[in-house]
Design a protein around this ligand. Sequence first.
Ligand SMILES: O=P(O)(O)OC[C@H]1O[C@H](OP(=O)(O)OP(=O)(O)O)[C@H](O)[C@@H]1O
Ligand code: HPA
Length: 179
Amino acid sequence: MSRPELATALRDGDVIHDHATLQAAISTIGADIGRALEGKSAVFLTIMQGGLVFAGQLATEIDAALEFDYVHATRFRGGTEGGALQWLRRPATPLAGRIVLLVDDILDEGHTLKAIRDWCLQQGAERVLLAVLCEKRHGRTVPGLSADFVGVEVPDRYVFGYGMDFHEQGRNLPAIHAL
Ligand SMILES: O=P(O)(O)OC[C@H]1O[C@H](OP(=O)(O)OP(=O)(O)O)[C@H](O)[C@@H]1O
Ligand code: HPA
């Protein structure tokens, strides 16, 4: 079966948040995170692949000592329907006693962030903070999970751009679009 066309998704979809709005939101939460860290250092864990674009920009807005590492986990595998979480890479940095900042593009149902947060706590992290570029509010989020820092809200539609893919395309779009 041929891959759905990004051009068609862009033509038929809507821009939900433009580049300037996202940059301003990232700057705001970067300052919020810096204040929340109260001069302490943190392990800045990017969740690949979707978190990449957001993470790079967010890091430059945080006034704190950060040690970088990444996690690669996926449950959508290039499609638009979530499945079981598959871990492709766990971080190498020891997390015991550390403040960990998990950075991802989107909090949707929360299965991904919950599994990674719980794993960080099992590794002995003192505290795990969750930062997401966007959050879908729909009442289907796993119980007991909420982001500490949210850039923007998005509607209950499949969104793409700014790190998020439409069938592995469009992650580099400078805005968030919705199907
Ligand atoms: O809150 P959830 O319902 O768990 O969904 C959010 C997760 O899904 C996406 O990852 P995906 O599995 O598509 O991998 P990707 O980052 O490589 O696109 C996204 O980047 C989040 O990590
Ligand atoms: O709406 C979405 N878009 C991109 N990736 C996602 N992962 C969960 N939900 C989404």
